[in-house]
Design a protein around this ligand. Structure first.
Ligand code: NAD
Ligand code: DAU
Length: 351
């Protein structure tokens, strides 16, 4: 058993599970305990390879259930918290905001209370809160989000994340909790849940289903490879200044249509049966309140903490497409059964 143990909430989700892999692969002196409710987006298969590793532990718990969270954490020895758990899909927050407020606001609050108690007992060194650039609202054609951009969330999802960011900030100022907040742009990579844009387009190409593009496809996102995000989070955890926030991105802006065309091009090479895949594109109703552009200026984490990304978009998007082609049982499992029925109902309402 190591003396250093990270409590990772939401570690069975997309970014959280990549972070668990990143830690356990690279740092033999760190143990990990994952707390996760296993919602539709949580998947124990993401963590399968560690299930017999003595440095890894998994506990199923809802962070929005104060009693259950407190009972679960009571006998756990952890030295740091990395908080990923959240309801994370903007479209779902438009259809049903309540879970977002419960998990993202109340869940974060209950976790902060646990952290505060631990810190008072000198048992907690860091609380790293993983948040999003969506809290800053939308950009026009010019400019970038930085740590000093004003908050202006536009969806129930981003408003709930903004609420959680403010709570974290207040626990630093009021109680001296050793917090660090990171706000990153759109991630992509292995284990990305199939209803987000990049995996959805890859999987619909494989299945010869329509490729839904909201509005005209002109909205811009700043795509960050999840493995670069994991190294940035770890850098912030190790070297970040307490009470500070760090925005994370890799200067990789693309319109949604550019992303969809790029995936179609890769699929034409790697899965020629359905070529040309771009014929599957369908322009559909726009998202309500759809933010036009997100773009990050990561100068602070680069210059103050020395973080540098390792991947470039061309290689990482290809690696991502390959991962989905090589891991068909992973996504087929998700797209079958209960989830399939739910997913089809949700998407009828959206489109
Ligand atoms: P995800 O939806 O893939 O995973 C979320 C995880 O949290 C799942 O394992 C789920 O089971 C768990 N969870 C949800 N509600 C819970 C609850 N009440 N109690 C315990 N566990 C619960 O999300 P993701 O894309 O991996 O995002 C992780 C974090 O990063 C989130 O906080 C999100 O806001 C933030 N973020 C994500 C992106 C992105 O592009 N995906 C970008 C910026 C920030
Ligand atoms: O910016 C960070 C955020 O990125 C995170 O905080 C969120 O958790 C994460 O889900 C992501 O939010 P987006 O709404 O930007 O991601 P999504 O993959 O849902 O959509 C990306 C863009 O693609 C967005 O402009 C909407 C568009 N889109 C999405 C889907 C699912 C489509 O055109 N068609 C689709 O079917």
């Amino acid at each position: 058993m190591n003396t250093r143990k990270l409590l990772i909430t939401g570690g069975a989700g997309f970014i959280g599970s990549n972070f668990v892999h990143y830690i356990l692969e690279n740092y033999s002196n760190i143990d990990v305990v994952v707390l996760d409710k296993l919602t539709y987006a949580g998947n124990l298969n993401n963590l399968d390879r560690w299930k017999t590793d003595s440095r890894f532990q998994f506990l199923k718990v809802d962070i929005a259930d104060k009693q259950a969270l407190s009972t679960t954490c009571k006998d756990l020895e952890f030295t740091e918290i990395v908080h990923f758990a959240a309801e994370s899909h903007v479209d779902r927050s438009i259809l049903g905001p309540e879970e977002f407020v419960k998990t993202n606001v109340m869940g974060t609050f209950f976790l902060l209370e646990i952290a505060r108690e631990r810190h008072q007992q000198s048992k907690l060194n860091r609380f790293l809160h993983v948040s999003t650039d969506e809290v800053y609202g939308t950009l026009g054609k010019e400019g970038f989000f930085t740590e000093s951009t004003s908050y202006a969330p536009n969806s129930p999802y981003s408003a709930s994340k903004a609420g959680s960011d403010h709570l974290v900030r207040s626990y630093f100022h009021t109680y001296g909790l050793p917090t660090i907040t990171t706000n990153c742009s759109n991630n992509y990579g292995p284990f990305h849940f199939p209803e987000k844009l990049i995996p959805l387009i890859i999987l619909n190409c494989i299945q010869r289903k329509p490729l839904p593009v909201y509005g005209k496809g002109n909205n811009i996102r700043d795509w960050l490879y999840v493995k670069d995000h994991c190294s940035a989070i770890f850098t912030a955890l190790e070297k970040g200044k307490l009470g500070e926030t760090y925005v994370i991105g890799t200067r990789n802006e693309k319109t949604n249509l550019e992303i969809v065309y790029k995936i179609c091009e890769l699929m034409d090479q790697k899965h020629p049966e359905g070529a040309p895949h771009k014929d599957l594109i369908q322009f559909v109703k726009d998202r309500a309140g759809h933010d036009f552009r997100y773009a990050i200026d990561p100068t602070k984490i680069e210059s103050e903490l020395g973080w540098k990304p390792k991947y470039n978009f061309e290689n990482a998007i290809e690696e991502t497409v390959d991962w989905f082609l090589e891991n068909q049982s992973w996504w087929k499992d998700i797209l079958s059964g209960e989830y399939k029925n739910y997913y089809e109902k949700v998407y009828q309402e959206l489109k």
